[in-house]
Write a protein that binds this ligand. Structure first.
Ligand code: SIN
Ligand code: CO
Length: 376
């Protein structure tokens, strides 16, 4: 089993969201959890997002969306096949994601895996994600530039590039090396030999997206309208002027819609627990009974959280947890919420904690029958 070899506190203090860095031999005992033929197999699936990027014979960038049946491009140099959210579909790859649990669930986006033939890469670009790129099979040459406003353009309908940049990091990654790139830093990487890269991506929400989503939520939920009031209107000389006190009052009216921060619960919990990519949900049929589940737990079986499923709660309101965009009440048994959100696996300790709590067990049974946790 591989393990992350990173001085976490030092990394968080000095690099996280601040500057890119190379962690030589950042994974100990690393072995590729997936092989090139399995990567191609995932790219054949309808519900899995995949892309093939290459340069044609005129050196023009091309990008195609999957699913694919023809992989002949990968017999040539200069091609890359990329699969999004592999952690949702491929169990052995989830172990890579687990190594990064020192960062909060809600920041994690997905594990993207790419297979490149020599000289393959996606070109110079900027991501909206903080990303750890782990080198598996082969070697790959990476360049990373500084975070300044590089112009972006479409090199192809499905491929955004940025203008050339000077490198502040220029490195050849060997198997087990890690390159960390905070969002906003331009980068490009080209395989030196057949190569597999694992990108563990962390999303940073965009303010416009948050505002749009919150206002949609307020409108959809018919929150009581609060209207502007100005009962203290004074006689004025210039009816064309919007006075400073009026600007302030309108601003205040808007801010009150967002304040205090607790007002954002539950909308934000629902939003942040949603996955950006499809999940491989399989509801058990027939549904499991409580008795069956208790018996599994008693036998020492573990229940594992579905790959890519996000479970979170707020420090200020731990009696509700948010899973895959829905709110669940844990009133009277907040330890269960804490447990489900903070552990990847649930075992017999659950019985000791909640044996006498019917509501807690019912919630656990519901979640299992939704396909969110499954027995191994
Ligand atoms: C890749 O794996 O080919 C691209 C990763 C990246 O630059 O974000
Ligand atoms: Co990138």
């Amino acid at each position: 089993m591989f393990i992350l070899n990173l001085a976490i506190k030092d990394f968080l203090d000095n690099f996280w969201q601040k500057k890119p860095t190379v962690i030589k031999q950042g994974m100990i005992n690393f072995q590729d959890p997936i092989q090139p033929d399995e990567i191609a197999g995932l790219a054949m699936e309808e519900e899995i997002e995949s892309r093939l990027v290459y340069r044609d014979k005129n050196q023009k960038w091309q990008a195609q969306q999957g699913p694919f049946t023809d992989f002949s491009r990968l017999d040539e140099d200069g091609a890359t096949l990329l699969i999004q959210s592999v952690d949702h579909w491929h169990k052995a790859s989830q172990e890579i994601v687990r190594q990064f649990r020192f960062l909060p669930n809600w920041r994690f986006d997905d594990l993207m895996i790419s297979y490149s033939t020599p000289e393959g890469g996606v070109g110079p670009h900027i991501d909206n994600y903080d990303v750890f790129i782990i080198q598996g099979l082969g070697k790959r040459h990476w360049r990373v530039g500084d975070r300044d406003d590089k112009k972006e353009f479409a090199a192809h309908g499905a491929l955004k590039h940025c203008e050339p940049f000077d490198a502040i990091i220029d490195v050849t990654l060997m198997p087990s090396d890690i390159l960390y790139i905070p969002c906003g830093f331009p980068h490009e990487g080209y395989a030196i030999e057949p190569s597999i890269s694992y990108s563990v991506g962390f999303r940073a929400p965009d303010r416009n997206d948050l505002l749009r989503s919150y206002t949609d939520y307020v409108i959809d939920n018919n929150k009581k309208p609060v209207r502007y009031r100005d009962g203290a209107m004074k006689l004025r000389e210039k009816p064309g002027k919007i006075e400073n006190n009026e600007l302030k009052r309108l601003h205040q009216l808007m801010l009150e819609g967002f304040s205090p921060a607790e007002k954002l619960v539950p909308w934000l919990g629902e939003l942040l627990s949603e996955s950006n990519h499809e999940l491989d949900i399989l509801e058990p049929d027939p549904a499991h009974s409580r008795l069956e589940i208790m018996s599994d737990l008693n036998k020492g079986n573990q229940f594992i959280r579905l790959g890519g499923l996000r479970a979170v709660y707020f420090e200020c309101a731990p009696e509700c947890i948010y899973i895959n965009g829905d709110e669940y009440s844990c009133k009277g048994f907040i330890e269960l919420g804490d447990y489900l959100c903070n552990q990847d696996e649930v075992g017999s300790e659950l019985i000791e904690l909640f044996e006498d709590n019917e509501e807690a067990l019912n919630l656990f049974v519901d979640l299992i029958n939704s396909g969110y946790w499954y027995v191994v």
